[in-house]
Design a protein around this ligand. Structure first.
Ligand SMILES: Nc1ncnc2c1ncn2[C@@H]1O[C@H](COP(=O)(O)OP(=O)(O)OP(=O)(O)O)[C@@H](O)[C@H]1O
Ligand SMILES: [Mn+2]
Length: 269
């Protein structure tokens, strides 16, 4: 007679590495002796793991969270192409409750790690913009859904491929995303048309920019309109990353290299 555990043995047989997502120190201790077979993926390295990948967002979507970890671990050579990995995660709130088996290879590659780690802009700037956009998506503008387009990084080139729709309220200011007052300003200005342009270091260069990239060959999901098309296309012609909040479906999307890299529902955060 086989037990339930026997039947599930295949899932954990012959793993090359174990990825532990956001472990408490007590939980991590059990894995510590695996040494270079264990990778910790978490917002902070509170357990002092030797092999660690920083998680910039909580990623409610488990696939995004795992992809981020696998792409980050491959980039740092913690695992190699074709390695079998057991990801120990918490799907529901609280304790670790699931093991997801994945093979680390090119087919896993979505670019979500690149989006944060290898963008022109500082990873913290991308994260700060995500946070503003997610908050805007949750609350809207005075309770009404609102759309927004943030172009982050490579600001000089972005300015060259765009024109003003109105006076730029950030012309002479030196405000940065992440400054507390900025959230209020961004939400206020997001009622009006056009894009925000943000520098590599997080300085808000302009609001109300109309983007004019060439859009030939840019392929985005059907049903998305001009805001998303312009947001995708500008990332093909520059090294910017764009983060777009849709007024119509409420989703937050990120584009890089002309591709849709990440799609999240702000209500999950
Ligand atoms: N090239 C552009 N540059 C900057 N902003 C743009 C551009 N094109 C459209 N927008 C902004 O996007 C807004 C919405 O346009 P549209 O409905 O076509 O986009 P969408 O992709 O369907 O976005 P949403 O899902 O928010 O409706 C416009 O009112 C304008 O503010
Ligand atoms: Mn629309």
């Amino acid at each position: 007679m086989s037990t339930p555990a026997d039947l599930l043995d295949d899932l954990t047989a012959d793993l090359d590495a174990v990825f532990v997502f956001s472990p408490s120190s007590g939980f991590y201790e059990q894995f510590e002796e695996l040494d270079d077979g264990v990778v910790v993926i978490a917002p902070e390295n509170t357990v002092d793991a030797d092999q660690y990948v920083e998680l910039p967002l909580a990623f409610e979507n488990i696939r995004d969270r795992i992809r981020f970890g696998v792409e980050g671990a491959m980039e740092r050579n913690f695992v190699g192409d074709g390695d079998e990995v057991g990801c120990v995660v918490s799907v529901f709130d609280g304790d670790h409750d699931a093991i997801v088996r994945v093979r680390a290879d090119e087919s896993m590659h979505s670019g979500v790690y690149d989006l944060f780690a290898n963008s022109r802009a500082d990873p913290g700037v991308i994260r700060d913009v995500f946070e503003v956009v997610i908050e805007l998506g949750k609350k809207g503008q005075k309770g009404k859904p609102v759309g927004a387009l943030f172009v982050v990084g490579d600001a000089g080139k972005v300015m060259n491929k765009s024109r003003p729709l109105s006076y730029n309220p950030f012309e002479k200011s030196h405000v940065h995303v992440g400054d507390p007052i900025v959230n209020v300003m961004l939400k206020e200005f997001s009622r009006l048309d056009g894009a925000f342009v943000i520098s590599d270091s997080g300085k808000i260069v302009s609001a109300y920019r109309y983007l004019e990239p060439g859009a030939e060959g840019v392929d985005i999901p059907k049903g998305l309109g001009t805001r998303h098309m312009a947001g995708a296309a500008i990332t093909r012609e520059t090294n910017a990353t764009t983060i777009v909040l849709s007024e119509s479906d409420g989703m937050v999307r990120a584009f890089k290299g002309g591709e849709l890299i990440l799609e999240i529902d702000p209500e999950d955060y």
